[in-house]
Design a protein around this ligand. Structure first.
Ligand code: B12
Length: 294
């Protein structure tokens, strides 16, 4: 639940300068959904007035004041060349110190994923595919990256009441554990408890796990390679175990909403800034789109 301001009566609000979430987003140079998530997870105090979230100027200042000079997107991505060099040199302390400096300057840990980590991983994938990066370098850099993601993980958890649990994993045949690990942290940052099953997860392991997890609301299936048969098998096994669970698929083999629907999933999202909101949406919706189609 959003954190409430000490005095949030309508009369008091009308005397203050108020900002809509869109105005806050424009002021801070971040996406609207980032501000919305900050409100939903209690990081930014806001009050509903005439059905619209409003942020008081003093609350906005209180949130931004400790991090004056906080690095914006451009400041963080300006460090991408140095970050890339450290990773390709297998220099974990050097790469970590770049992340640590951003954090010390007030950067949001999730922004390090959006602005440095994901662009780096996508770039090495493109360079590997075009033959300008050796497979050995791709392996070395991704091994260091796994360690950096693990170090950043504890900083991604939000305080407050959990929105429930999500089980995530890469489907059978997919050796890519990093996408599921990163998405798991983005979901923890969005207020969920997440159990990550890692790479190459058999369909029956998803089914066994959802039955054991407390307050399980959804399952996330990651597929970086074209593994539609594995995804279908996992979805079938999960639905047999618990037909109330929502299933969201993602990863670079998923071609969009129609593809996700054709596999039997309830949704998909590829934009790292919108993943937690996509889970919020399917979890909050009463009818499963996949079921409604039948
Ligand atoms: C690192 C990496 C590896 C590492 C994996 C290390 C690890 N522990 O994960 C290693 C070196 C082992 C590897 C192996 C292989 N890889 Co590889 N790998 C990558 C690379 C560079 C980064 C993957 C990554 O972590 N990305 C970061 C994540 C977070 O980004 P993302 O996957 O795009 O995910 C975003 C969305 O899709 C979404 N998302 C992801 N999962 C989910 C799940 C849910 C539920 C939701 C909602 C959203 C979501 O969220 C992210 C946010 O933006 C990609 C390139 C790329 N474009 O990603 C290639 C890539 C995935 N690999 C590829 C290939 C071909 C392979 C290999 C077959 C050959 C090889 N390169 O050696 C083997 C696979 C073996 C196997 N059996 O699976 C191809 C796949 C092409 C395809 N569609 O078939 C890619 C795309 C490279 C390319 N450009 O061709 N790989």
């Amino acid at each position: 639940m959003p954190m409430e301001s000490p005095d949030n009566s309508d009369a008091a609000l009308l005397e203050e300068k108020l900002f809509s979430l869109a105005e806050v987003a424009a002021k801070q140079g971040v996406h609207y959904m980032t501000v919305y998530r900050h409100v939903r997870t209690g990081k930014l105090a806001a009050t509903k007035l005439n059905g619209e979230w409003q942020v008081r100027e003093c609350d906005l200042i209180a949130r931004t004041a400790p991090s004056q000079g906080k690095p914006g997107s451009a400041d963080i991505s300006a460090r991408s060349a140095a970050f890339r060099n450290r990773l390709l040199a297998s220099d974990e302390p050097g790469a970590w110190s770049i992340l640590e400096n951003c954090l010390a300057a007030g950067a949001d840990p999730a922004d390090l994923h959006h602005e440095l980590i994901l662009p780096f991983l996508h770039r090495i994938g493109t360079d590997w595919a075009s033959g300008t990066l050796a497979v050995s370098s791709e392996h070395t850099a991704s091994a260091v990256m796994q360690r950096l993601v693990a170090r950043l993980g504890p900083l991604m958890r939000t305080k407050g009441r959990s929105r429930g649990s999500i089980v995530i994993g890469a489907v059978a045949g997919d050796a890519h554990s990093l996408p599921a690990a990163i998405v798991a942290d983005l979901l923890r940052n969005g207020g969920y408890d997440v159990l990550d099953l890692g790479a190459n997860t058999p369909a029956r392991s998803f089914a066994e796990t959802v039955a054991l997890v407390d307050r399980c609301k959804a399952v996330g299936l990651s597929a970086s390679r074209s593994l539609d048969a594995s995804i279908r098998e996992a979805i079938e096994a999960i639905r047999l175990a618990d037909s109330t669970l929502k299933i969201v698929v993602g990863g670079c083999s998923i071609q969009g909403a129609e593809h996700a629907k054709s596999l039997g999933a309830d949704g998909t999202e590829s934009d790292s800034r919108l993943i937690a909101a996509a889970f919020d949406e399917v979890i909050d919706s009463q009818v499963s789109p996949a079921v409604a189609q039948q």
